[in-house]
Design a protein around this ligand. Sequence first.
Ligand SMILES: CC(C)(COP(=O)(O)OP(=O)(O)OC[C@H]1O[C@@H](n2cnc3c(N)ncnc32)[C@H](O)[C@@H]1OP(=O)(O)O)[C@@H](O)C(=O)NCCC(=O)NCCS
Length: 169
Amino acid sequence: MAVALRAGVRPDDRVAVRRLVASTGFFTANEEEIAVELVEDALAKGESGSGYHFLFAEDGGHVVGYVCFGPIAGTAASHDLYWIVVDSARRGGGVGRVLERACVDAVKALGGLRLYVDTSSRSQYEPTRAFYRASGYEEVARLKDFYAAGDGKVIFVKALDAGTAPGAA
Ligand SMILES: CC(C)(COP(=O)(O)OP(=O)(O)OC[C@H]1O[C@@H](n2cnc3c(N)ncnc32)[C@H](O)[C@@H]1OP(=O)(O)O)[C@@H](O)C(=O)NCCC(=O)NCCS
């Protein structure tokens, strides 16, 4: 069955986000808490007020993936793709692509021109990096030992206006 997209965060998304993030086996308990805190912030202040916007992919009303994004304070039009997570049982089935494309459309609608995403340099995240490359992101920086010794931060960017090269100022 094809997934349906839902905009707008709901109270029961706290449980869904925790379940999805835990299903990946990628994230620490602390990172899981941070993911849920972003949902709570958006519930408390609204998506515009919190700066955390959400889109959920649902199959038969069951949440199978989500993306969280928002404007980067202090920039003219740069946005951050904070989280994109697909249920481990659905990984590799195109749900991430649907979410990423919808996120790009939503960021453009918010006036965003550049979409940044960062991830770990660890080998576990090579499929994640492959997903970003396949989705049109360019690797623009690597910060050695950023998260921990041997665990660097890899920064990708996608320019959302067709005329701007990713490396351009
Ligand atoms: C990264 C993630 C969101 C991608 O979602 P997905 O639904 O698995 O990805 P899709 O099936 O839509 O893949 C889209 C394209 O990305 C690339 N890709 C996806 N998984 C890949 C893998 N394991 N290896 C290589 N390329 C891959 C492919 O080019 C793929 O297109 P194709 O199927 O036509 O070849 C998902 O796998 C995930 O939740 N991973 C764990 C959590 C994570 O790392 N999140 C990001 C950090 S917040």
